[in-house]
Design a protein around this ligand. Structure first.
Ligand SMILES: *[C@@H]1O[C@H](CO)[C@@H](O)[C@H](O)[C@H]1NC(C)=O
Ligand SMILES: *[C@@H]1O[C@H](CO)[C@@H](O)[C@H](O)[C@H]1NC(C)=O
Ligand SMILES: *[C@@H]1O[C@H](CO)[C@@H](O)[C@H](O)[C@H]1NC(C)=O
Ligand SMILES: *[C@@H]1O[C@H](CO)[C@@H](O)[C@H](O)[C@H]1NC(C)=O
Ligand SMILES: *[C@@H]1O[C@H](CO)[C@@H](O)[C@H](O)[C@H]1NC(C)=O
Ligand SMILES: *[C@@H]1O[C@H](CO)[C@@H](O)[C@H](O)[C@H]1NC(C)=O
Ligand SMILES: *[C@@H]1O[C@H](CO)[C@@H](O)[C@H](O)[C@H]1NC(C)=O
Ligand SMILES: *[C@@H]1O[C@H](CO)[C@@H](O)[C@H](O)[C@H]1NC(C)=O
Length: 319
């Protein structure tokens, strides 16, 4: 149970605190607590143990990338063949807004982005992290299996994988009440919550086989065909039960040859998917309730406007 409850807004300002709510580090026996749904009226930090029900960022987003290259192929950082790759797991506020870098005592991101906690010049500066990489945190726990899985499926573009994992952890994971250090009780081992977070990211990722879901509706990567956003959304809705957010990069449709004069200014290269859900009890347990995207796609809506590119052959690793 909590010994001290601090308002979320106060926690936003207390950026150097080790805990979002000032929980005690006595045992948090979550198995004996009711599994209230995050973002429901019952998920109130004044009345529930915030370690057992997400009360800070209860709108979860499990996110994936579709990259066609990594930029680090020469270092062996390649993409898995029949899979999208992990981006992260985010704790948005229930109203869809979010905060970031909530605990600077757990700052493991070598290139903070943004470089202040509020993304503005008047925010608290997020100092760049110096080595050792967060990727070294798994060995003391013997979690070489987890590390191998992450290197295969949590692959970064433009930076070493470990730098990206450090970014995802420090920017997002430090803003969960349920991964807060005091939740791990009196026997806490340093970085235990980092391992727990990585494991939880993978738990959801494994349930969200985007490549196969699109493929089962005839939507495969292609450098000769284009696709329509509504068909891709319908395919994923049929499998997930709710509509995820699809993100596109690349040129705007109105700036392509096909879309000249169009008022559709959405982008045209499929690159991201974000699956939204709430969680009954700790997200670590995986008892989710799917929900629709809270925003709308950044992709062009016109017929056949979207490219779902094949990967560069030399960027794909052996299975
Ligand atoms: C926490 O739980 C452990 C294991 O059940 C028990 O040995 C210990 O006494 C508990 N500590 C507190 C402070 O409740
Ligand atoms: C959204 O919720 C957060 C956390 O409760 C709050 O700090 C923020 O002001 C809210 N934003 C809006 C736009 O209501
Ligand atoms: C943060 O980034 C902005 C924009 O890139 C830059 O102008 C500013 O100097 C940076 N601030 C710090 C403290 O590094
Ligand atoms: C920081 O700057 C923004 C925009 O300039 C302003 O809206 C906000 O109130 C400022 N915040 C603080 C804490 O000064
Ligand atoms: C765009 O508008 C110009 C000028 O009105 C016209 O000549 C051109 O055929 C239009 N292009 C397309 C692709 O509709
Ligand atoms: C396309 O849309 C963008 C964003 O609305 C706009 O800035 C740009 O001028 C448009 N381009 C053309 C060629 O109409
Ligand atoms: C989710 O979105 C779909 C359309 O994408 C809509 O038909 C459905 O009613 C929405 N579900 C809820 C619960 O809002
Ligand atoms: C498909 O097109 C993308 C984008 O131009 C390119 O990066 C990729 O290498 C191409 N893949 C193949 C297999 O030709």
């Amino acid at each position: 149970m909590k010994t001290n409850t601090v308002a979320a807004t106060a926690a936003l300002l207390a950026t150097a605190s080790a805990s979002l709510y000032g929980e005690s580090n006595v045992n948090h026996t979550c198995v004996l607590q009711p599994n209230y749904l995050s973002c429901s009226a019952q998920a109130d930090p004044k009345t529930v143990d915030s370690c057992c029900v997400e009360t800070f960022g209860g709108l979860f987003v499990s996110t994936q990338y579709w990259d066609t290259y990594t930029g680090y192929e020469a270092q062996g950082q390649v993409l898995p063949e029949f899979s999208w790759t992990i981006h992260g797991l985010w704790p948005d506020f229930c109203n869809g807004s979010y905060t970031q870098y909530c605990d600077l005592s757990r700052q493991y991101d070598p290139a903070p982005s943004p470089n202040t906690t509020n993304g503005l010049p008047n925010g608290t500066v997020v100092p760049a992290y110096k080595r050792p990489s967060i990727s070294t945190f798994l060995a003391p726990f013997g979690r070489f299996d987890l590390l191998a899985y992450m290197n295969k499926y949590w692959v970064s573009q433009g930076q070493p994988n470990g730098d990206f994992w450090g970014h995802e952890f420090s920017k997002h994971a430090t803003c969960f009440s349920t991964f807060d250090v005091p939740c791990y009780g009196p026997e806490y081992q340093p970085h235990q919550e980092v391992i727990d977070f990585f494991q939880t990211v993978i738990l959801y990722y494994m349930r969200l086989p985007t490549w196969g879901w699109l493929g089962s509706h005839g939507i495969y990567p292609s450098n000769s065909t284009t696709y329509t956003l509504s068909n891709m959304e319908a395919a994923l809705r049929a499998e997930y039960g709710s509509t995820p957010y699809l993100g596109c990069s690349g040129p705007r449709y109105n700036e392509t040859t096909a879309g000249r004069n169009s008022t559709d200014n959405g982008r045209t290269q499929l690159s991201e998917v974000w699956y939204y859900f709430h969680s009954y009890g700790r997200p670590q347990n995986g008892n989710w309730q799917h929900i629709n995207q809270t925003g709308s796609s950044s992709c062009a809506k016109a017929a056949n406007a979207i490219s779902y590119f094949e990967r560069t052959k030399t960027s794909v690793g052996p299975n």
